[in-house]
Design a protein around this ligand. Structure first.
Ligand SMILES: Nc1ncnc2c1ncn2[C@@H]1O[C@H](COP(=O)(O)OP(=O)(O)O)[C@@H](O)[C@H]1O
Ligand SMILES: [Mg+2]
Length: 302
């Protein structure tokens, strides 16, 4: 059986460093500090990280029949992710993201969601896995609507489940009814936890998300992560890092968290492995180049 089925988005990330805050228009050519092409998409980065950590991982997604689609499938399979069931849309393009990175970690993210708008439950293979993780909820409205039933089906077969919604470009933050009750873990960052719960501070947000039926594990950048389970708050510090860029840190956290969870079934251990994998991912440009193998990640915990 698979350890992990990851359901969601995959796209090339074009990462630009050293751009002006507002790039000049008027057909002006602006030289920047650097540019890198990397595997992107929260789900794809998490799947890549999980395979690096040794999990038997399959990816379920929709990409176009184009060079961008070839690129993401090659990058995933190069890390050992099973992409044999990824569907290719015959006409719509693969999603594409341009990231303008600022020193210090902030970034503007421009995403053309391409064929993600068409990604639906009919594209998700009926395979068994110990854990099912879904990502980029708000970019995939057809999948979003079907996600509660999809996760419920896997839980009925004994799997645990997780969701990393990431940002909602529409600002509405509406989840399908009953969705959080089908998520063993919700893996937002702090801003997303507040927006999803409609609460103004983190303790209230954690309590509200627990009330909706999941265990929230909230990522806090250089401040680590915090979770609430069975009435107890669990904190994990962020390991020291001097970030080159933080693209994909949250998705690499997800990968480490899931590897730790599937190994020991222990929340605090999973969070520690997640924090190490998130921190290590910041040592290289892009979401995947800095992701560790399991031995390196475990050595940093010990
Ligand atoms: N500057 C940093 N120093 C150390 N660890 C970091 C840093 N930024 C991110 N991380 C690690 O990566 C995790 C996820 O990053 P975060 O920025 O919180 O998520 P997201 O990328 O989803 O917004 C954090 O919980 C932390 O463990
Ligand atoms: Mg994130």
């Amino acid at each position: 059986m698979l350890d992990l089925l990851v359901v969601g988005d995959a796209n090339p990330d074009v990462l630009v460093h050293g751009a002006p805050d507002v790039p000049p228009y008027g057909q002006a050519e602006t030289l920047v500090g650097g540019g890198v092409l990397a595997l992107g998409g929260s789900a794809a980065i998490a799947a890549h990280g999980a395979a690096r950590l040794g999990l038997a991982t399959a990816f379920a997604g929709l990409v176009g029949r184009d060079a961008a689609g070839d690129f993401v499938l090659d990058a995933l399979s190069g890390a050992g992710v099973d992409v044999s069931r990824v569907v290719r849309h015959e006409t719509l393009p693969t999603a594409l993201t341009v990231c303008l990175n600022r020193p210090g970690g902030d970034r503007a993210i421009l995403t053309a969601s391409g064929c993600l708008a068409g990604f639906g439950p009919e594209h998700v293979p009926d395979v068994a896995a110990r854990h099912v993780h879904a990502a980029s909820y708000f970019l995939q409205p057809r999948l979003a609507e079907a996600l509660p039933a999809l996760l419920r089906k896997h839980r009925a077969s004994g799997a645990t489940t997780s969701l990393d919604t990431n940002d909602d470009p529409s600002g509405r933050w509406e989840l399908a009814p009953g969705l959080l009750a089908e998520c063993t873990f919700l893996l937002p960052n702090e801003a997303e936890a507040l927006a999803l719960s409609g609460r103004a501070d983190l303790p209230e947000a954690l309590a509200a998300l627990v009330g909706a039926g999941c265990v929230p594990v909230v990522k806090r950048g250089g401040r680590g992560a915090v979770a609430l389970q069975d009435g107890a708050t669990v904190h994990v510090d962020a390991p020291h890092a001097d970030p080159v860029d933080t693209v994909g840190a949250g998705d690499s956290f997800d990968a480490g968290f899931l590897a730790g969870w599937l190994d020991r079934g222990d929340l605090a251990h999973a969070m520690r492995l997640g924090a190490v994998c998130g921190a290590l991912s910041t040592r290289a440009t892009g979401g995947t180049a800095g992701q560790p193998a399991l031995a390196e990640a475990l050595a940093q915990i010990a």
